[in-house]
Each structure stands twice: as structure tokens, then as C-alpha cells.
Design a protein around this ligand. Structure first.
Ligand code: EPZ
Length: 418
């Protein structure tokens, strides 16, 4: 298994380009299942999760060609409606084929994902939503079987809590349902807007994406689309924090500044200088990092996917900060590893109290999920001596060429293949 070795303490300087968003590319690739013909999805990042999505599309019968981040997906013939356990357990987002398959074929069978490193993560709300559109759901030997004889029909869905994947799944399913569907308490994340834009290019009739109420008027059929994936706001945010933590000066290009607002406000409170707008932000790390409290919430609140990285920053603050995780119940797996690097963090339930220390020290560390791994890389960049981050296959699920991008900013980072 590969490791990343970081000789910390270098100030990051220069420019870095943000890649396409994993969490937008995945639903967009699965949306191709909704219509026959050749779809083109560009600005797709080169990541392990994207490779898994490609495998799944091929298993379902789609022809996939990829070149330099552009996928041509021909989903003219669907040969299977089953997402097998082996793929779903490597990537939970595989459950997003349920909506498109059910809408187009009236039948889908998807392995029920188990819990994962950050929480139980059930899909009960997706399933309740499909039932509201007339699907019959059964559970069979660890698989969810969804059937809609005669097709889905529009209905009213009110999610108990906003769910990103649930909103995406139901949005895709409703495009081909008979009649109008209204999704209330919908997730408002930018990735949902990106998906809705692509579906609209396919001929779907959608209003309200990006707000908490989305209405979809079903159409009889959809056409192939061409769409460029939006920038990865979490990758961009990770680079903003990398610059801040190393007291560096970095220009992060190709992002969407409007998507970074919650993070930028908190970084400014921490004393980080940030300027720019549109598709670029310039960041200058402060001499003294001020302590700032955060609470993770659905968009437009502070993103749970940036919590671990922000905590890494707070380990070096001049004082104590309180970090509450309100989206996932078990997303503090990075804490023990940060402690091994000298961080002073106490956890009580879903709250962590971080008392800033003067220095972090390099250590061998490993993480159990993607963003936790990112937080360890950030800590390693700011720490004295050498940090070895093991199990970086987690990082490879969500950060494209991370060590190359960091090296481009002057970090002393190498990947060691074992
Ligand atoms: C998406 O996960 C992202 N994944 C996650 O990215 C992200 O952390 C999360 O949204 C929240 O922003 C992708 O887009 C592929 P949810 P998703 O459904 O859709 C509960 C990363 O590091 N819930 O919005 O699975 C759930 O347990 C990651 O890139 C139910 O109870 O998240 C959680 O507590 C990991 N029942 C909350 O809702 C359901 O049926 C929000 O989850 C669905 C969700």
C-alpha cells in the first residue's frame, strides 16, 4: 500500500488548479443511465471512486470511453439492473444508480451499503422517497430490490433531514415519472444544482434546485447531454487551509468562490487573509492563528467534508476552539492520529474541544476515511520533522494527484510505493 511522506515546515507558495468535483461527477456519470445515446461528461477528476463508477456503468451495460477527463458514456442498452456488493462496499455512492435504473427500466437491485468509517449512513430516506413515487421496495439477501411496474408516478416527498444522495437519487428518478414530484426539505448543495443543470440539458423539467423545495415535472423521455463537472469545493478548501497552516501564500484557481463562503468566513475569523472572487481565491497564512468555533451543517452551513481539515488548522491556534459535527455521528476518527502528532483535543459526543499547541510533531499516522486522511496531510505539512501517512488509498478516492499539486506549491512530499 502506498504511503505519503511529508517533511513538514515548508511555507506553501504559488498557484494550484482545482479539479472537477468527485461528488458531482459521480451522480452525473450515473445520470447517463437515464437516456440512450452518447453522453459527454468533462472535467471528471482522475480518482479511485471514478474508476469504480466506470466499472459499475460497464457492468450495467454502458459503453464507456475516457480521455483526459472526458467520459463518453453510451447507455443505449442496459443489460443488468444490479449493482453488486463488491462495488457498493468500495463506494457507497453506487446507490445512486437506483434512481436512474428505476426510472428507465422500472426495476433496480442494489446491494444495501453497510455502515462506514464515518457513521451508519442508512439509505432509508432514499427508499421512502421511491415508495412515494409508487415503487415497491423489498430487501432480499442484503440487496434492495425496487420495482415500479408501469413506471414511477409523481408524488410528494418530504425528507426528515436533508440528504444529498437522497435528493440526487429522487431528482433523477422523478425526471421520467408520470406527473409532478415535489421534494421538500431537499438538500441545497451546489452538486445538486450541477446535476439539475445536466438533467435540464437532457430535457428534464426541474424548478428550485439549490433551494429546499424542488419540483420536477416528469417527461416521457430524455436525450443525451454534454456537461462539465463543477469545481471541487472540498479540494479547493483543503488547499486554502494548507496555505493558512503553513503561513504560506497561495492562489487557488479554478474554484467557485461562491461555494466557499462558509469556509472563507471562518478562515477570516481565524486571521487568514483571503481575497479574490469568481474562480480564484488568494490566501495568506497569518502569523498567529486565532481560535474559531465551527458547527457542521448542510449547505450553506459549514461543510462536514471540511471539518477534519479545519480541526487540523485549529490544533495550531492561539487558544481553544469548539468543533461540533452535526451531520455524521462518527466523524472524529482523525482525532487520535492528530493527538499522536502532539495535538491537544478532547472529544465529548459530537463535540471536540481543540486547545491549540505551539507545534505539531511528525509521526507515522493513518486514517480510515478520505477527509480524515486529508487532515493528516495538512498536519504533516505544518509539523516539524517527518510525517508518514499510510493507507493513502483513502486520499486517492477524492484528491487528484495531491502530492504533485502540493509539490508544485513547494511542499516536500513524496509518494512511496510499497
Ligand atoms: C454526500 O454523502 C457526500 N457524498 C459526502 O461526501 C458528504 O459528506 C455528505 O453528502 C454530506 O454533505 C457524495 O456526494 C458521494 P447525506 P451522502 O445523505 O449523500 C443521514 C466525502 O468525503 N441519512 O446528505 O451519503 C446520513 O446518515 C463524503 O466526499 C439518513 O439517515 O450524505 C447523514 O447523517 C463522505 N438516511 C445525513 O443524513 C438516508 O437515507 C446526511 O447524509 C440518507 C442519509
Amino acid at each position: 500500500m502506498d504511503k505519503i511522506i511529508i517533511h513538514g515546515g515548508k511555507r506553501l507558495k504559488g498557484e494550484v488548479q482545482v479539479s472537477g468535483a468527485k461528488n458531482s461527477a459521480l451522480p452525473l456519470l450515473f445520470a447517463t443511465l437515464l437516456a440512450p445515446g452518447v453522453h459527454r461528461v468533462s472535467n471528471v477528476p482522475h480518482l479511485r471512486d471514478i474508476d469504480t463508477a466506470e466499472k459499475l456503468l460497464k457492468i450495467l451495460g454502458a459503453q464507456v470511453e475516457r480521455e483526459n477527463g472526458t467520459f463518453a458514456v453510451d447507455a443505449s442498452s442496459i443489460e443488468s439492473v444490479e449493482a453488486p456488493y463488491d462495488l457498493v462496499r468500495t463506494m457507497r455512492a453506487s446507490v445512486l444508480v437506483l434512481g436512474p435504473l428505476l426510472a428507465r427500466c422500472g426495476h433496480a437491485r442494489v446491494s444495501l451499503p453497510g455502515g462506514c468509517a464515518i457513521g451508519a449512513r442508512p439509505i432509508n430516506l432514499h427508499l421512502k422517497g421511491f415508495e412515494a413515487l409508487g415503487a415497491k421496495i423489498t430487501l432480499d439477501h442484503g440487496y434492495v430490490e425496487a420495482r415500479a411496474r408501469g413506471g414511477l408516478r409523481g408524488g410528494r416527498i418530504r425528507f426528515d433531514i436533508p440528504t444529498v444522495g437522497g435528493t440526487e437519487n429522487l431528482l433523477m428518478a422523478a425526471t421520467l415519472a408520470k406527473g409532478t414530484t415535489v421534494i421538500e426539505n431537499a438538500a441545497c448543495e451546489p452538486e445538486i444544482v450541477d446535476l439539475a443543470e445536466a438533467l435540464t440539458k437532457m430535457g428534464a423539467r426541474i424548478k428550485g434546485a439549490g433551494s429546499d423545495t424542488i419540483s420536477i415535472e416528469g417527461v416521457r423521455e430524455l436525450q443525451p447531454f454534454a456537461h462539465a463537472v463543477m469545481p471541487d469545493r472540498i479540494e479547493a478548501g483543503t488547499f486554502l487551509i494548507a496555505a493558512a497552516m503553513t503561513r504560506g501564500e497561495v492562489r487557488v484557481r479554478g474554484l467557485c468562490a461562491a461555494h466557499q463562503e462558509a469556509l472563507v468566513l471562518k478562515l477570516r475569523e481565524a486571521g487568514v487573509e483571503i481575497s479574490g472572487e469568481g474562480d480564484e481565491l488568494r490566501v495568506k497564512g497569518p502569523r498567529k492563528i486565532l481560535p474559531v468555533d465551527i458547527r457542521t451543517c448542510p449547505y450553506p452551513g459549514f461543510p462536514t467534508d471540511m471539518q477534519a481539515q479545519f480541526m487540523a488548522l485549529m490544533t495550531l491556534a492561539d487558544g481553544a476552539s469548539v468543533i461540533s459535527e452535526n451531520v455524521f455521528e462518527n466523524r472524529f476518527m482523525h482525532v487520535c492520529e492528530l493527538q499522536r502528532m502532539g495535538a491537544d483535543i478532547a472529544i465529548d459526543g459530537h463535540t471536540a474541544v481543540v486547545r491549540g499547541v505551539k507545534k505539531l510533531f511528525g509521526a507515522p499516522v493513518m486514517a480510515t476515511d478520505l477527509r480524515a486522511s486529508a487532515s493528516l496531510v495538512l498536519a504533516g505539512l505544518a509539523a516539524d520533522n517527518t510525517t508518514e501517512v499510510a493507507r493513502i488509498y483513502h486520499l486517492d478516492r477524492g484528491y487528484e494527484r495531491i502530492e504533485e499539486k502540493l509539490k508544485g506549491l513547494g511542499a516536500d512530499v513524496e509518494r512511496v510505493r510499497e
